[in-house]
Design a protein around this ligand. Sequence first.
Ligand code: ZN
Length: 77
Amino acid sequence: MERIIGYTLEKEEFKPLYAPEKGSIVTHAFILCGNCGTSVYPAMGPRYKTICLACHESSVEDLEKIKDNLIKKFGNF
Ligand SMILES: [Zn+2]
C-alpha cells in the first residue's frame, strides 16, 4: 500500500505525494509544508510546492488561496 504523505502542486493541481518505497534512495532533506511550515516528511526534500495533509483538508476556498500563494512564491511550472 502506498502511503500519501502530502500533496504537491503541479500545473495548478494538487497531486498526492507518496512515501518512498522501502530501500529506495532519497535525499536527506526535510519536506516542509509550503503553507504552514510543518514537517511533511523527513526525507525527499527540498520540495517547495508541497503541503501537508492537514492543509490539504482546508476548504476549497482556502486551498485556492494556498495555491495562489505557492505559485506567487515559487512560480508556476
Ligand atoms: Zn501545512
